[in-house]
Design a protein around this ligand. Structure first.
Ligand code: 13P
Ligand code: ZN
Length: 275
């Protein structure tokens, strides 16, 4: 089968377009990666090349040795992925040491995978382990309301989690583990990858102060839906803070406990503090 005929590639392209249409991907902002299943790689083998040289990832991901990833290209625009996928995305393979990658398909006009490859791969390595192999999608976007909140809320996991949970009843059900916050760091390198992947041991969402957000999930729908839910909640919070910073009423710790019991989710007590 041709790469562009594979369902996982079509799903990836659709997600890029959906993200662009949400206004989360100005210019080349944001990046997406998918850990490809063995049978999916087998189905497109005819188009994969082993000719490109191995190049350093910039960090070590031994837990991903030999795995293949579909990723967006560095400097490429989400806007253009649907128009010319082979020029804007690529399939890379990680080598046996977990220190190098090579391009096996895509980026036909040149280029390299996203500059956030260290963060994507370190997050994948953590999530593969803690989810027992279920999580396959790592998504980085620049949603305006999440970013806006990083200027007005303390950069603390418990503050972001509780404030976002309070903005929509579905939130604690969609991200019951909460949200992690990474203080401002230089993007694109190993240090921010180490900090973010440490958050991913505990959470499916990591906010990057004054920059954007990372989400992890099992498939494209769940991961996009997670980003969408967090950003919608952030949008409501921005509106509430703009109209009346002291909320007149909200969802209480007792309400959250009742919700958790009925929806059969576990909400960590650390986020159910009395204010
Ligand atoms: P890339 O174009 O290298 O993917 O970078 C975009 C971005 O959002 C960096 O954080
Ligand atoms: Zn970014």
């Amino acid at each position: 089968m041709k790469v562009l005929e594979a369902e996982f590639v079509k799903g990836f392209i659709r997600m890029c377009d959906d993200g662009f249409n949400q206004n989360w991907h100005e210019r080349n902002g944001g990046n997406l990666s998918y850990r490809v299943k063995a049978e999916e790689i087998e189905s497109i083998k005819e188009e994969l090349s082993e000719a490109s040289p191995w190049q350093p990832i910039g960090t070590g991901v031994p837990g991903l040795a030999g795995e293949y990833f579909l990723v967006t290209g560095s400097g490429k625009y989400f806007r253009n992925v649907i128009l010319d996928p082979a020029a804007n995305i690529c399939i890379v393979q990680v080598d046996a040491s977990g220190k190098n990658y090579r391009i096996c398909w895509g980026l036909i006009n040149g280029g390299r995978p996203t500059s956030e490859l260290p963060s994507h791969l370190m997050n994948h390595e953590v999530k593969k382990q803690v989810s027992g192999g279920k999580h396959r999608v790592i998504y980085h976007a620049h949603p305006a309301n999440i970013i806006a909140l990083t200027f007005v809320l303390p950069l603390e996991d418990k503050v972001f989690t509780r404030e976002l949970w309070e903005m929509a009843t579905e939130c604690p059900v969609v991200f019951p583990d909460g949200v992690g916050v990474v203080g401002w760091m230089v993007p694109g390198g190993r240090d921010i990858a180490v900090a973010t992947s440490a958050m991913m041991k505990k959470y499916d969402v990591a906010v990057w102060a004054h920059h954007g957000c990372f989400c992890s999930g099992e498939d494209f729908d769940l991961t996009f839906g997670l980003m969408h839910t967090v950003e919608k909640s952030a949008e409501i919070l921005v509106k509430v803070l703009s109209v009346r910073p002291d909320k007149l009423q909200t969802i209480s710790p007792r309400n959250f406990r009742d919700l958790a019991a009925d929806f059969k989710v576990t909400l960590p007590e650390e986020f159910l503090f009395e204010k």
